[in-house]
Design a protein around this ligand. Structure first.
Ligand code: SF4
Length: 296
């Protein structure tokens, strides 16, 4: 059996000799095969997903390497296809090494139960769009918006822990993005924030992304208040801003190094930012909107 391995993971496992700027804290794998979906923002093609190349390896070779190296988390990227049998088979081979996340589309309840039985610990669901308005524009040949929302709710019941993938930069307003984050937080669902990256470019300005990172972190950690003008975020009040706000978000230990940015302009920090990086990140955010720190 063959499996695709992200180049940073392959390097960490000693399967390839690439130089990577930051080590992944999760091992990322992708099932072989095409995706049935035709999301217009997606770059899943010929062994690529987002900026990342995913060469194929023999599963036995991969397992041998994981046994030597260990892992904090394993993520299996599952293209939209009728591949539950394969996801199950891969999960059963990897489940002894670390908690498994499966990054899936809006599958049905019974299929999720099968994944749970195969010891998948949690799922990440690629809703990607902040609202139905954006979803209709970008997501083609996939389950519907309602099916995605239902799948997130079912996943919460079945797995207990769920991550919802959200891309910033698809034309959503700030209000739409923040509303979605608040709705997900109310359901106990974590947000994995992505910056739209296509054809070698980030298509969301860094100051806007920084303020969204602060908003996400605040929403999931004690709340925040927001003021909008015509959908644009004007000001927000948060309890505090910490370095963790700028880390890659999503499942525990998922750092997706340079998944949606170049090494020279970091959007999601795969490591805790230095004092200087933190200061710069807050300054970037303040270029976009006013941020008040609530007095305790
Ligand atoms: S947040 Fe990370 S570990 Fe979780 S499903 Fe998404 S990519 Fe995988």
């Amino acid at each position: 059996m063959k499996i695709r391995v992200s180049i940073a993971t392959a390097s960490l496992l000693g399967l390839k000799n690439y130089i990577v700027a930051a080590q992944p804290t999760t091992l990322y794998f992708m099932l072989p095969g095409d995706c049935k979906g035709q999301c217009l923002y997606c770059t899943h093609r010929e062994g690529y997903l987002s900026r990342v190349k995913w060469p194929e390896f023999d599963m036995k070779e991969v397992i041998k390497a994981i046994k030597k190296k260990g892992a904090k988390r394993i993520c299996i990227q599952c293209p939209y296809d009728d591949n539950i049998d394969i996801i199950e088979e891969v999960a059963k081979k990897l489940r002894d090494f670390a908690p498994i996340s499966a990054s899936i589309t809006a599958i049905g309840k019974e299929e999720m139960e099968r994944l749970r039985e195969a010891d998948i610990e949690r799922v990440g669901i690629g809703l990607d769009c902040a609202s139905q308005r954006i979803f209709i524009k970008w997501k083609k040949n996939t389950p519907s918006w309602k099916e995605y929302i239902d799948a997130i709710e079912n996943a919460k019941d079945i797995f207990g822990s769920v991550t919802c993938h959200l891309i910033i930069g698809l034309g959503e307003s700030d209000e739409e993005a923040i509303n979605l984050m608040q709705k997900m937080a109310a359901k106990g669902v974590k947000i994995a924030l992505f910056a739209f990256f296509k054809e070698g470019k980030n298509l969301v300005p860094l100051p806007r992304y920084r303020i969204m990172q602060i908003a996400r972190y605040a929403i999931e950690n004690g709340g925040a208040t927001f003021s909008f003008d015509n959908g644009k975020l004007i000001e927000m009040e948060v309890k505090r801003i910490t370095k963790e706000a700028f880390l890659t978000s999503g499942c525990p230990n998922c750092n997706r190094p340079f998944y949606n940015e170049r090494v020279t302009k970091i959007y999601n920090y795969p490591y805790l930012p230095s004092d200087n990086e933190f200061e710069q990140a807050v300054k970037e955010a303040e270029k976009y909107g006013r941020i008040y720190i609530a007095s305790e």
